[in-house]
Design a protein around this ligand. Structure first.
Ligand code: URA
Length: 215
C-alpha cells in the first residue's frame, strides 16, 4: 500500500481484538457469540477512534474543592451506515454521553455490488463536530463513499471511519476521495473476491450479526 494511505489508516492492535476476531471470522460462530465478540472489538476500536479527541479546561467544584478539569472541546456525531453500522452504535455512543447520531441507509445490490442510498437523517452542527462513520466492512468503499459525499455536502469537514475489517481497495478509494479522512480498522485484509466480498473476511457482517444469514 502506498505511503499517504498508510498515514490515513490506523490498524487497531490488541490481544483482545485478535481473540475476538478469530471468533468473528470463524464460520462456526453462532449469532449470540458473533454479537458478543463484535461488541468487544467495537469497544477497543472506539477507544482508538476517540483517543486524540481535543479537550478544553473547565472549572468545576468537587465536593471538597475547586479544580480545573477537562471536557471534550467538540461535539461527536456518530453516523451508522444502515444496517450493519447499527451493530457498532450503542457501544460507541456509550463512550460519549450526549453525542448525536445521524443515519444513512445504503443498500448494496448483491448482483452489481453497487451501493445506493435509500435514507438519510443527519443532525445539525456537522461542521463544528467530529463525525465518525460506522460501517463494519470497508469493501469496495461504495457505501462509505456515498456516506462521505453526503456528509461533505451537509457541511462536515472532520470525518473518521470506524470499521472492523477493511480491504485495500476500499481504503484507497476513500483516501483518494478525501485525503483528510482517517480510517480506523481492526484488520486490513488481502483483497476482494469476484463477488466483492472481503477475503479472508468474515462473510456478510449484517447477516451474521442480526442472524439473517440464509433468509
Ligand atoms: N459487506 C460485508 O458484510 N462483508 C463483506 O465481505 C463485504 C461487504
Amino acid at each position: 500500500m502506498k505511503g499517504p494511505i498508510v498515514d490515513n489508516l490506523t490498524l487497531v492492535r490488541h490481544p483482545l481484538v485478535d481473540h475476538s476476531m478469530s471468533y468473528l471470522r470463524s464460520a462456526d460462530t453462532d449469532t449470540e457469540s458473533f454479537q458478543r465478540h463484535a461488541q468487544v472489538v467495537t469497544r477497543v476500536l472506539a477507544l482508538e477512534v476517540l483517543r486524540d479527541l481535543e479537550t478544553t479546561p473547565v472549572n468545576i467544584q468537587t465536593p471538597l474543592e475547586a479544580i480545573e478539569s477537562q471536557r471534550l472541546a467538540r461535539r461527536v456525531i456518530f453516523v451508522p451506515v444502515l444496517r450493519s453500522g447499527l451493530a457498532l452504535l450503542d457501544t460507541m455512543n456509550n463512550f460519549v454521553p450526549g453525542s448525536k447520531v445521524g443515519f444513512v441507509g445504503m443498500e448494496r445490490d448483491e448482483g452489481t455490488a453497487i451501493a445506493h442510498q435509500y435514507y438519510s437523517k443527519l443532525p445539525r452542527q456537522l461542521g463544528e463536530s467530529l463525525v465518525v462513520i460506522l460501517d463494519p466492512m470497508l469493501a469496495t468503499g461504495g457505501s462509505a463513499l456515498g456516506t462521505l459525499n453526503l456528509l461533505h455536502r451537509a457541511g462536515a469537514t472532520n470525518i473518521r471511519l470506524a470499521c472492523i475489517v477493511a480491504a485495500p481497495e476500499g481504503v484507497e478509494r476513500l483516501v483518494t476521495a478525501d485525503p483528510t479522512i482517517r480510517i480506523f480498522t481492526c484488520a486490513l485484509d488481502r483483497e476482494l473476491n469476484e463477488r466483492k466480498f472481503i477475503v479472508p473476511g468474515l462473510g456478510d457482517f449484517g447477516d451474521r450479526y442480526f442472524g439473517t444469514a440464509g433468509e
